[in-house]
Design a protein around this ligand. Structure first.
Ligand SMILES: [Zn+2]
Length: 270
């Protein structure tokens, strides 16, 4: 499932290759994804002659806009963008933006959990903390939803209402780097550990963005390349392996939390 670094990688690639292009046509190839498309509004936003403005990211969503309005695109489980060969339609190509210069951009999504939502104010998309901002994280970590909560710190890190963009991969990787067990309750995480997490998370996500995200199953970048950050995963999907911390003889364990796998080193992470 694409998390913040994967979405940011698409935003950067689309900005580089498509921003400033003038649209000649906008095509929807089905009625819905996770939700029905608001066809009249989307057709107005991407109408002939409108210019695609610089794409950017809010939380885990990618914003595509023109002078006529903004659309938040959620990639869901398996959404991605690829160059389109329109009028030839690729498998699972559900939306196509065709530009005056003859190029075209496709949104493909085999599992169709993504959505395209027109919006006016960014607060309609997310009011959660931005995990690329240390101060933003420090602020959310000091509120009661963390300090007084009995839920696990991993679940809280992945709560999109609290922090926008961290999913399973980056939650377990951040907790390993901070030496905090994913099973620990929020209320038991110490102030200095929250401070450590707020330093580690933006640094790790920036590294992941620079690497083009993590490819663990279906995620591919704009031109089909894999991301590179999976090479830097220290615990994710490493059950039974030696801990990557040189001085540690621990073996990585796995457990299921709220339906998702967690991995951790029982020696380094208390
Ligand atoms: Zn260890």
């Amino acid at each position: 499932m694409p998390e913040l670094p994967e979405v940011e990688s698409f935003a950067l690639a689309l900005k580089r290759e498509y921003a400033g292009k003038r649209l000649s046509e906008f095509r929807l190839h089905r009625k819905d994804l996770r939700f029905p498309f608001d066809k009249p509004v989307l057709e107005r936003i991407f109408s002939r002659g409108s210019v695609l403005l610089e794409p950017y990211r809010i939380a885990k969503q990618l914003v595509l806009s023109t002078e006529n309005g903004m659309v938040a695109v959620s990639l869901g489980m398996s959404g991605s963008f690829i160059p389109s060969s329109f009028p030839k339609i690729a498998l699972h190509e559900h939306v196509t933006l065709i530009f005056e210069d003859g190029s075209a951009l496709a949104y493909v999504d085999p599992r169709r959990f993504g959505f395209w939502k027109p919006f006016v104010a960014a607060s309609e998309i997310s009011t959660a903390a931005d995990p690329l901002q240390e101060e933003s994280l420090l602020e959310i970590f000091s509120c009661k939803k963390f300090t007084d909560s009995e839920r696990s710190v991993k679940d809280a890190l992945m709560d999109q209402n609290l922090i926008g963009g961290i999913g399973n991969i980056y939650a377990v990787e951040a907790l390993f780097r901070a030496g905090v067990s994913p099973l620990r309750k929020c209320s038991r995480v110490k102030h200095n550990e929250y401070r450590k997490l707020s330093e580690i998370i933006p640094r790790m996500l920036t590294q992941a963005i620079d690497a083009g995200g993590s490819t663990v199953s279906t995620y591919r970048r704009l031109h089909g390349e894999s991301g590179g950050f999976q090479e830097l995963h220290l615990v994710y999907d490493r059950e039974g392996e030696r801990c990557s911390n040189q001085r540690c003889k621990g073996i990585i364990r796995r457990a299921t939390q709220t339906g998702r796998s967690s991995w951790w080193c029982p020696r380094c992470q208390k």
